[in-house]
Design a binder for this molecule. Structure first.
Ligand code: PTJ
Length: 249
């Protein structure tokens, strides 16, 4: 682990960056996960590295959708396993929504490394790592098509943070609702998802849990969802990025 001085103006960002690098060395993170992280860092910078109202509204809608779902699943990839394992597992354990390991750069070595992270943080419901339950989703061409029968395969709502666009489109064709977390409001995933949380995944799970806990029954969740407009949220995120540049001129 690299020693980052506390008085470095970007100490926290550097710590997270090095956690991702260490995660890559221990096979949790794919090599391409480093590039994805750099892209995320750049967008986070442009929104001032904080959670905005457009993200809060999307988080509330996501909580409502997960609350109403018959069979929700939280998809886990290498980056999320390093960036927010504790908060993600706390959310899963408290809401009893299972976690499913689902990788683009799939290998047994990485599946095992991520399973170990989940066990370390006492995840109760881990899917995706037992070949007895493998099924394939035909609409997805990457290795992400290999899913768990008990999880994504039969899910009605899938939470897919830091995603590649193909899977979101495939899951939608498979009649599933998709919630994503993506700092880039222009990505295909952001544009195709039903709910797009434009925020850093590091900040999202504690807010999602708070929102989930505050839902006052099904009719409250239905009302939250009926007011939600993802296109409006994406537009607000783009306006925030545009205003960042305008303010600097
Ligand atoms: O672990 P695997 O094998 O499943 O692979 C995971 C990666 C992330 C490598 C894979 O899904 C991938 O290549 O993703 P993309 O297509 O690079 O998309 C990742 C998206 O997540 C980009 O739009 C980034 O801006 C965004 N992103 C990166 N870091 C964060 C983020 N969004 C929210 N929070 C972050 N910390």
């Amino acid at each position: 682990m690299v020693d980052i001085p506390n008085d470095h103006p970007r100490a926290e960002s550097l710590r997270v960056r090095h956690a991702i690098i260490d995660g890559m060395h221990s096979k949790i993170v794919a090599e391409a996960g480093l590039i994805a992280h750099g892209r995320g860092e750049a967008y986070d910078y442009l929104i001032g590295e904080k959670t905005h109202d457009f993200a809060i509204d999307a988080i509330d809608a996501a909580a409502a959708m997960l609350y109403l779902a018959k069979h929700p699943v939280l998809s886990v990839n290498g980056n999320t396993a390093v960036l927010c394992p504790e908060d993600m597992i706390k959310f899963s354990n408290k809401t009893r929504i299972p976690l499913e390991i689902n990788l683009f750069y799939r290998s047994d070595e990485r599946m095992n490394a991520i399973t170990e992270v989940m066990k370390k943080y006492n995840a109760n419901l881990i899917l995706g790592n037992n070949s007895e339950y493998y099924e394939e989703i035909d609409e997805i061409s990457s290795l992400r098509r290999v899913v768990d029968k008990r999880g994504i395969y039969s899910a009605d709502v899938v939470f897919v943070p830091l995603e590649d666009g193909d899977r979101t489109i495939g899951l939608k064709k498979n009649n599933k609702k998709v919630i994503t977390v993506d700092l880039n409001p222009l990505s295909r995933t952001s544009q195709q998802a039903d709910i797009t949380i434009v925020d850093n995944i590091i900040r999202v799970f504690p807010l999602l849990l708070k929102s989930f806990d505050s839902i006052d029954g099904r009719s409250d969740a239905e009302a939250i969802l009926s007011r939600y407009d993802n296109n409006k949220i994406l537009k607000s995120a783009m306006e925030k990025i545009t205003s960042y540049f305008k303010d600097k001129l």
